[in-house]
Design a protein around this ligand. Structure first.
Ligand code: DQA
Length: 142
C-alpha cells in the first residue's frame, strides 16, 4: 500500500526558509525519515511538492485513482485559503491527514483557520518533521 505525501508552496525551501520557525531539516530529510518508517510499517511513500494549487488538486484525485491508502497533506499557505483543496479532499474517499511543521494556531490570526481540517480525518501540527512520521503511523492504522 502506498501513502501519498503532498507538500504545498514554499516547502521546497525547507531548511533555508525561516529556520527559527520550520527548523533546518529539508524536505529530502523528511522523505528519508518517512521512507525508514514506511519500510518498517510495510508501506510505500510517494512524496511530492508543488507551489501550484492545481497540482495539489490533481494529485488528490490521482491518490484516489491509484487507490492510495491515505494522503498526508501539508498544504502550507493554501491550508488557510483553498476551498478548491477542501472540495478535492471531500470529492475523494481516500483519507487525508493534515500535517504542519509549526502549530498555525499559535501563530498569526490568519493561520488559525484551516480549510484542509474541514475535510481531513486528523491533524498533526507543531511537531516538526516528526509530525510527518506520526501522521504516517495514523495512516498505517486506518
Ligand atoms: C505550514 C504552516 C502554514 O501556515 C504556512 O503557510 C506554511 C507551512 C507548516 O508546515 O507549519 O507554509 O503548513
Amino acid at each position: 500500500p502506498t501513502v501519498y505525501v503532498l507538500n504545498g508552496p514554499n516547502l521546497n525551501l525547507l531548511g533555508l526558509r525561516e529556520p527559527e520557525i520550520y527548523g533546518t531539516a529539508t524536505l529530502d530529510d523528511i522523505a528519508d525519515l518517512l521512507e525508514d518508517r514506511a519500510r518498517e510499517l510495510g508501506l510505500a511513500i510517494d512524496m511530492r511538492q508543488s507551489n501550484h494549487e492545481g497540482h495539489l488538486v490533481d494529485w488528490l484525485h490521482e491518490a484516489q485513482a491509484e487507490a492510495a491508502k491515505a494522503v498526508l497533506l501539508n498544504a502550507a499557505a493554501y491550508t488557510h485559503t483553498s476551498i478548491a483543496l477542501l472540495d478535492a479532499i471531500k470529492a475523494i474517499k481516500t483519507p487525508v491527514i493534515e500535517v504542519h511543521l509549526s502549530d498555525p494556531t499559535q501563530r498569526e490570526q490568519f493561520r488559525h483557520h484551516s480549510f484542509v481540517a474541514m475535510g481531513a480525518v486528523e491533524t498533526v501540527q507543531g511537531r516538526g518533521p516528526q509530525g510527518y512520521v506520526d501522521a504516517l503511523e495514523i495512516a498505517a492504522r486506518l
